[in-house]
Every structure is written in C-alpha cells, then in structure tokens.
Design a protein around this ligand. Sequence first.
Ligand SMILES: C[S@@+](CC[C@H](N)C(=O)[O-])C[C@H]1O[C@@H](n2cnc3c(N)ncnc32)[C@H](O)[C@@H]1O
Length: 149
Amino acid sequence: MEIIQDVFGASRVDAFDLDPDMVARARKRLAGRGNRVRVFTGDAERIDAPDETYDAVFDFGIIHHIPNWPAAVEEIHRVLKPGGHFYADEVLRAFILNPVWKTLLDHPLENRFDLYEFRAALEKTGLHVLSAESLGTWFGFYFATKTSR
Ligand SMILES: C[S@@+](CC[C@H](N)C(=O)[O-])C[C@H]1O[C@@H](n2cnc3c(N)ncnc32)[C@H](O)[C@@H]1O
C-alpha cells in the first residue's frame, strides 16, 4: 500500500482484503499514516463504494483468488472515475496450475487466466489497456484506463 502514497502521491487510500487477519496486519503496519489510509475487510466482488469514486484502483495479487473474477473486474470499472487508472499485478494460470505450486498453495483452479485473457476481460469491461507485461508465463502486470464501453 505504501507505494500508492509514496510513489503515486495519493492523498487518501482505501485498502481492503477479504481476510480479517490480513486487514489486522495491514492496520498495524500502516498505523503511523493516520486517517490518510482506511483499512477494512471487504470483497472485491462487491466493493463498498458508490459508482465513480476513485481516481485509481490497485490490485496487488487479489483477483486470481476470486472464483468469479470477471465480477471483480466489473466492480473495479464501476468504482473508477472516467479516465481513472487501474494497476494490477496478477498471478497467471501457468503458475497456479504448475504441479509444485498447485500442491503448496491454495487457489481456485478453474477458469484462471493467462496474460491475454485477463487483458481481454479488462477491455471487454471498458478498461483500455495501455500496458500488459509478463514475467515469464507466471505473472502479469497491467496498466489500464477507464473509458466508456
Ligand atoms: C496473494 S495474497 C495478496 C495479499 C496482499 N495484497 C499483498 O500484496 O501482499 C491474496 C489475497 O487476496 C485476498 N482475497 C481473496 N479473495 C478476495 C476477495 N474476493 N476480495 C478481496 N480480497 C480477496 C486474500 O484474503 C489474500 O489476502
């Protein structure tokens, strides 16, 4: 989260995770930032914010955990202001289905995406992709902006 304020210059950040333990850890780590950061338990499939609230949304490795991940992409589009930015670092299908990682880590295995499928889902939702880079076939990094559909 720190990068959003320290590098991107955000004056206020809303940050959430589905897991209350992750939220508690983040709250502790970010306590020194006062009311410039609000950390809460939340679901990316049902983001607790009105339409067109945010200048930017950051996805730090969340969406590949969501069974119905296109619903989360729709939500991100909904809460972004027109012209707002979406940044994602994501874990791709080749990593999730790798025999070693599949045994060690807990991910949904159905309906995961590769670099191009996630890009296509963003475009379909009305997020125009300005950059989609991969690290091997395992990780994808995206920068997109909200346009009309
Ligand atoms: C790989 S961890 C990333 C954690 C953290 N963002 C980071 O960068 O260190 C994936 C996280 O996704 C969270 N998650 C899974 N489904 C979610 C959902 N529907 N909404 C919000 N967070 C979710 C999990 O609780 C978990 O903390």
